[in-house]
Design a protein around this ligand. Sequence first.
Ligand code: DGL
Length: 260
Amino acid sequence: MNQEESAPLKQPIGVFDSGVGGLTVLEALRRELPGRDFLYFGDTARVPYGSKPPELVRRFAWEISGFLLRQGAVALVVACNTASSLALGDLSRLGVPVFDVITPAVEEAQAYARVGVIGTRATISSGAYQERLEKRGRRVWSLATPLFVPIVEEGLWQDEAASLVASHYLEDAPNDLEALILGCTHYPYLKPLLARLRPDLRLIDSAAPTARTVARSLPRGPGTGRVVHYVTGDPESYRALAARLGVGTGEVRKIELGTL
Ligand code: DGL
């Protein structure tokens, strides 16, 4: 560890996801707030969240948030739709600003009358997107597309397997959809593929609108744009996958699950 790496971050924002999906949000946050430091937590030993019981996901989100606050986080971004749809009520008791990834995507989708939503099983069963959009008079088609998460975590987003799975999932998507919400932070990595299959759809993901929401609420910050990454799985595999996704990871620290 060099001297800069051991120096504490300045009022960092904590960002977390089950794995590398939240990096799509982290990258957008770093663009919007270049003067802020960030802590990124990828729960890579326990991914995927979307097929786990809701109470387990809530517990994971609570543990990780507590950990990030102990590391000095002054705000939290739940860069995971599954955790956003299940755990936000709990996290709002933590006494720091907490941002979800669902509200900004719903706002963005309001421009369209006929909207599709894809996400993990837990997100789709929670109805978090559907209820909010329907309340605003939008007609919604939704589908759980859980296989997209391991496809990204296994680095297969450009593989023929990804294309077969995506064609299967989108087979029944109505022709009159105008927009498709990628309701899982892993899915933006599949955008080129989804755009090829349905070039008529506006693809909406949470990254940029969430980053804009956070930037409107928090000051530019006293940091220098540093990020410390924490993972519960293997740090080297995480670093390699992030690099393939085009995300540079400086400091990656391994966290033992028992210490959370
Ligand atoms: N990237 C997460 C989401 O936005 C979690 C995916 C998963 O772990 O199943 O829902």
